[in-house]
Ligand binder design. Structure first.
Ligand SMILES: Cc1ncc(COP(=O)(O)O)c(C=O)c1O
Ligand SMILES: [Zn+2]
Length: 401
C-alpha cells in the first residue's frame, strides 16, 4: 500500500497533496511506495518511464513534459588535475528546461496533479521554483499561483510572468508565507507544490537514478548538493536508499549538503550537534537561491544525514564566486552562486584530507548562471574596445596563451 509517512513519529497518512506535513510533529511527510519488486525499464528513453516502478505514478503523460532529465554527467578533468582530486563528475542539472533541477520535481508534481484531477497548482518561491512551476503549469493548462517573496530580481519576475501565472509579490516573513500557503491551498483548492512537497521530492529521485546508471550501476563515494529547504538532497538520498533496499547497490554514497555561510541554519545545527534546526533571524548571502532562514525540511535532513554518516557544511561567502569562476573558466560550465557552493565544499574537505583518493565524486550543479547575473559585474568582465580599423593591431598585443 502507498502512503505518506512521518519520519519522526512513524505515523502513516493517506496520500493527499493537500496534507503534506505531520499534524503532530509539524515535519514534512515522505511518500512510501508499495513493497513490490521493482525494476528499471531501460528500454524506454523517457526518464520518468524508465524509473516508473520507483515513482508514485501509474503512467506517464508525455504531453506534460518539457524534456526534463537525462542530463549529462560530465567529467571535470581540469578541476581534478588542478586540485589533485580523485575521479570527479558534475551532474549538470542546469540544462533542464527552465535551467534548474526544480523541473524534476515540478514535472512529477504536475503529472500527479493531472492524474488526480486537480485544476490549480501553486508554489512559494524566491526564484527557480517560481519559473519552473509557472512553465509546467502553463504546459499542463493548470491555473497556476506563484507567491513570490518581496525583493525578487526583475529577471526572476519576468521569466516567471511570461508564462502568465497569477503572480503575487508577498511582503512578510518567508517561513510564515510557506506555512500560510499550505493552509490557503486547502481552503482554495490549490495544490501548493512547495520545496518539500512529497511528490516534488519523488521527482528529485530521478536524477540520482540517472547518476547510478551513468556510473555503470555503481554508487559514487561522495555526492555534493547545495541545500536550502533540504528537499532536493532528501530526494537524492531517498533514491540511493531505495537502490540499496532493492539490491542494486550495497553501499550508500557519503552525502554532503552545502549551505552558503550567510544562511546556514542546518549546517550550524549539524556542527553544534543540536537536535533541531533553529531559524536564523537575518540571511545575508550572495547565493540568493539557497537563502532560506527557516528551512522546512531542516530537521528531517539533519536526521537523515546523521543516520548515514554524511555532513552538512557551509561555504564561506568569499569563496563562492571564485568557485563559480573556476567552473566557468576551466570547465566551461556557468552555474549560479548557489550551485558553486558544492565546489567550495569539496575543496575544503579535500584540504582537510577527508576525500578518499580512490573514490569518485559527483557535484550536483543545480541552476544556470544566466539566472543570477547580478553578482557578475563590469569589474569581473574584461572587454577591450576597438574600431574596425585598429582591430588587427589590438590583437597583436593580446597575449596568445
Ligand atoms: C539553484 C538552486 N540550488 C539549490 C537549491 C536548494 O534546494 P532545496 O531548497 O531543495 O534544498 C535551490 C532551491 O531553491 C536552488 O534554486
Ligand atoms: Zn509525526
Amino acid at each position: 500500500m502507498e502512503a505518506f509517512e512521518c519520519a519522526f513519529c512513524k505515523k502513516i497518512f493517506p496520500v493527499d497533496p493537500f496534507h503534506t506535513f505531520c499534524p503532530d510533529c509539524q515535519e514534512p511527510l515522505l511518500y512510501k511506495g508499495p513493497k513490490a519488486d521493482k525494476k528499471f525499464h531501460r528500454d524506454k528513453d523517457f526518464p520518468l518511464e524508465v524509473m516508473l516502478d520507483f515513482l508514485p505514478l501509474d503512467h506517464v503523460d508525455r504531453n506534460l513534459s518539457l524534456g526534463e532529465g537525462n542530463t549529462p554527467l560530465i567529467k571535470l578533468k581540469k578541476v581534478e588535475k588542478n586540485f589533485q582530486l580523485p575521479s570527479l563528475y558534475a551532474k549538470n542539472e542546469t540544462v533542464n528546461p527552465t535551467l534548474s533541477f526544480k523541473d524534476r520535481g515540478t514535472a512529477l508534481a504536475t503529472q500527479k496533479a493531472i492524474s488526480l484531477g486537480i485544476e490549480r497548482i501553486g508554489t512559494v518561491s524566491t526564484g527557480n521554483m517560481a519559473i519552473s512551476t509557472a512553465a509546467y503549469g502553463a504546459r499542463a493548462g493548470l491555473k497556476t499561483y506563484v507567491l513570490i517573496k518581496e525583493g525578487a530580481h526583475p529577471e526572476i519576475i519576468h521569466s516567471t510572468g511570461i508564462y502568465n501565472p497569477v503572480m503575487i509579490n508577498v511582503k512578510g516573513d518567508y517561513g510564515e508565507l510557506f506555512r500560510r500557503s499550505l493552509s490557503l491551498g486547502k481552503e482554495n483548492n490549490i495544490y501548493f507544490t512547495n520545496s518539500v512537497d512529497p511528490f516534488r521530492i519523488e521527482g528529485y529521485k530521478v536524477a540520482a537514478f540517472e547518476i547510478f546508471f551513468q556510473l555503470n550501476q555503481e554508487s559514487p563515494d561522495f555526492v555534493f548538493v547545495p541545500v536550502s529547504s533540504g528537499g532536493h538532497l532528501i530526494g537524492l538520498m531517498k533514491a540511493f536508499h531505495e537502490l540499496r533496499q532493492h539490491g542494486f547497490i550495497t553501499k550508500l554514497p557519503h552525502f554532503i549538503g552545502v549551505q552558503a555561510e550567510g544562511c546556514s541554519p542546518i549546517a550550524s545545527a549539524f556542527r553544534q550537534k543540536k537536535p533541531r534546526v533553529e531559524r536564523i533571524e537575518k540571511a545575508k548571502t550572495i547565493a540568493k537561491a539557497i537563502s532560506n532562514p527557516d528551512p522546512p525540511a531542516g530537521n528531517l535532513l539533519l536526521r537523515m544525514i546523521r543516520n548515514t554518516g554524511g555532513t552538512i557544511m557551509s561555504a564561506p561567502e568569499d569563496k563562492i564566486l571564485e568557485a563559480q569562476r573556476i567552473l566557468a573558466e576551466i570547465e566551461g560550465i556557468f552555474v549560479q552562486p548557489a550551485s558553486a557552493t558544492v565546489l567550495v565544499g569539496l575543496l575544503e574537505l579535500a584540504e582537510q584530507g577527508k576525500i578518499n583518493p580512490e573514490g569518485s565524486i559527483v557535484l550536483v550543479l543545480t541552476g544556470n548562471g544566466m539566472k543570477a547575473l547580478g553578482k557578475i559585474t563590469q569589474k569581473n568582465t574584461q572587454i577591450l574596445q576597438a574600431n574596425l580599423a585598429d582591430l588587427s593591431s589590438i590583437l597583436e598585443f593580446v597575449p596568445s596563451d
